[in-house]
Design a protein around this ligand. Structure first.
Ligand SMILES: Cc1cc2nc3c(=O)[nH]c(=O)nc-3n(C[C@H](O)[C@H](O)[C@H](O)COP(=O)(O)OP(=O)(O)OC[C@H]3O[C@@H](n4cnc5c(N)ncnc54)[C@H](O)[C@@H]3O)c2cc1C
Length: 547
């Protein structure tokens, strides 16, 4: 199946005109406003690209692709801005060339050439960034004093080659995508158990470079927790940390690369912590009169040390939009998993806490045990799961209908949440009404910690043709300003990229940012690695940080 060159996932998931017209009626019911029109995407053949300004080195020609299709498919991530521009056929930021290294040594040779030729290199995993992480616009490369841009697609570094069942470790190539690496681990009864919503198309290297969050709500959910060692190649040499269960030996080289977003080097492989596939599962769905009551239940659960694998709170709009509850109630989905033991005692105690917080389970708890079926039911948890997987396709279709639809996410303390949430709802709705006349805003918790939740907001409003990016920017800026005022993080798992950088620079201590720039200069003296993502493109060599 062909992948879309502009939207999420497979091209054939972009609906026909007739189906999109029907979807428009659903959108009107779910979002509260009707789509304004119906446009068609610019086809791959009709995209006009800027001229290429660099040539591949003669000795490495076999690694490079300079075709229009290759350049188009390695230009953007999959944020609203990316999908909109791709839909309209605007690929102004297309890289000059795409490199496909097959080994760490070939990565090194590409970086050597790029450093000499002063060409930017953007490591490209699955291209699912939602923060401008893989787009290197002309402005950034010029600020960095570079001559062109190469996307370094990591897809061919995808081996799952060393599995150590005794230590429960596996060495996996950075370019391996979720389904392929899970398939391979599955042959050994193992799983990495890292399932971001973008799982199908994103890569291990991308997860590490962005500190991705999986969909499990508590405990080991960030890829950070699953990484035992990392192999990377920087422009000045290779880095390979030891594979250790823990270490107190100074600052961690793995932590240094986690979240580095392609700015310090290319991650080529990692050894990750794997585990047996769960054989026991339990899930329940509880409804609450208010979002606030459901949030209290989530806090009680996460502070109980029961460690549910799922503990997802949906506000009434989110529950309605995803077909989980249509009665204007908030929903909490709670789940447990184990390879080792039945889960009834954990679930029973969890439901006592849910009841104490005012929640009610209208359907029986669903238990899966070895030998029993794993069939899906119509329970909230399963309805939610399907909606969760389909949501990105929905966004792609909505873009063609003149709807701005996007998400932003954060994390804050439990004590800070109520005030943050109230401000967020008020200000983001206000700005949407001002720029678009109508507003849809919903919230869910994607992750919960004993000290606070990670709220995740979905916003939607009508687009004005030609003004969409400006409308989007005003909404995004308003939301980000609310986060800064409440000292909530600019991102819990979407990463910094280029989109969040202005706010990241306000969140992180300035001395730390100076040290980060200095580290980049040490590893990447020519400033070729993904200039403008995370760290300003114009970081003067050996001089003061531009931050
Ligand atoms: C629909 C949708 C759902 C999403 N859901 C989630 C979610 O549940 N959780 C979550 O955390 N994120 C989510 N994201 C964001 C995105 O999927 C993650 O940031 C993911 O980790 C990116 O992986 P990737 O392989 O696609 O990386 P890319 O998008 O290709 O790259 C992302 C960044 O990492 C760098 N990079 C990529 N590979 C390497 C490498 N090998 N070495 C060095 N740098 C590298 C790139 O240069 C870029 O800066 C979602 C995005 C979409 C579009």
């Amino acid at each position: 199946m062909d992948l879309s060159h502009w939207g999420w996932g497979y091209a054939d998931k972009f609906l026909s005109r007739e189906a999109r017209m029907q979807l428009g009626d659903l959108a009107a019911a779910g979002l509260g406003f009707s789509p304004l029109g119906l446009d068609e995407p610019v086809s791959l053949d009709d995209v006009v690209l800027p001229d290429t300004v660099v040539n591949a080195p003669k000795t490495l020609l076999h690694l490079f692709d300079g075709t229009s299709e290759g350049r188009i498919r390695n230009t953007y991530g999959r944020a609203y801005r990316d999908i909109l521009r791709g839909f309209r056929g605007d690929f102004a930021s297309a890289p000059d060339l795409v490199a496909y290294p097959t080994s760490a040594d070939e990565v090194r040779r590409v970086l050597d050439w790029a450093s000499d030729a002063k060409v930017a290199v953007v490591p490209y995993g699955g291209g699912t960034s939602v923060v401008g992480g893989v787009e290197c616009p002309r402005r950034d490369r010029e600020e960095a004093g570079l001559n062109g841009v190469v996307a370094m697609n990591m897809a061919r570094l995808d081996a799952v080659d060393e599995i150590d069942p005794r230590s429960r470790l596996a060495r996996i190539g950075a370019g391996a995508r979720g389904p392929a690496l899970e398939r391979k681990l599955g042959e050994h009864g193992l799983t990495l158990r890292h399932f971001p919503q973008s799982f199908e198309f994103s890569t291990l290297g991308g997860w590490i470079a962005t500190r991705a969050g999986g969909h499990f709500a508590t405990l080991y959910t960030h890829i950070d927790d699953l990484v035992a060692s990392i192999e990377a190649v920087s422009p000045v040499g290779a880095l390979k940390s030891w594979t250790l269960p823990g270490s107190g030996a100074g600052p961690s080289p793995d932590r240094f690369l986690l979240g580095s977003e392609g700015t310090l080097g290319a991650i080529t492989a990692a050894t990750v912590r794997v585990r047996p596939r769960p054989r026991y599962k339990a899930s329940a769905t509880a409804v609450f009169a208010t979002f606030e009551a459901a949030a209290v239940a989530a806090r009680m659960l996460v502070q109980s040390d029961l460690h549910p694998t799922n503990c997802r709170v949906l506000d009434p709009r989110e529950a309605g939009l995803n077909g989980v509850d249509g009665a204007g109630r908030a929903v909490l989905i709670v789940g447990f998993e184990s390879d080792d033991h039945p889960l009834e005692p954990w679930m029973s105690r969890a439901l006592e806490l849910v009841n104490d917080a005012g929640g009610a389970c209208e359907a029986p708890v669903r238990y899966v045990a070895p030998g029993a079926d794993g069939q899906r039911s119509s329970q909230g948890a399963d309805t939610w799961r399907s909606a969760f997987i389909d949501a990105p396709y929905m966004q792609t279709n909505f873009v063609s209908m003149g709807i701005i639809i996007d998400t932003f996410e954060t994390a804050c303390t439990w004590s800070g949440f109520d005030a943050l949430h109230a401000d967020m709802i008020r200000e983001v709705r206000d700005v949407m009404k001002r720029v678009a006349g109508r507003a849809f805003l919903s919230c869910r918790f994607t992750h919960v910690y004993p000290d606070g939740p990670a709220p995740y907001y979905t916003f939607a409003c009508p687009a004005r043709r030609g003004a969409e990016l400006q409308q989007w920017a005003e909404i995004k800026a308003a939301a980000s300003e609310v986060l800064m005022r409440h000292e909530a993080t600019i991102t819990h798992h979407h990463a910094v990229g280029r989109t969040h950088r202005p706010w990241y620079e306000r969140q992180a201590p300035s001395v730390f940012l100076t040290a980060l720039s200095a580290a980049k200069r040490a590893l990447d003296p020519s400033g070729v690695m993904n200039p403008g993502a995370l760290i300003p493109a114009a970081t003067p060599p050996g001089g003061e940080s531009a931050m």
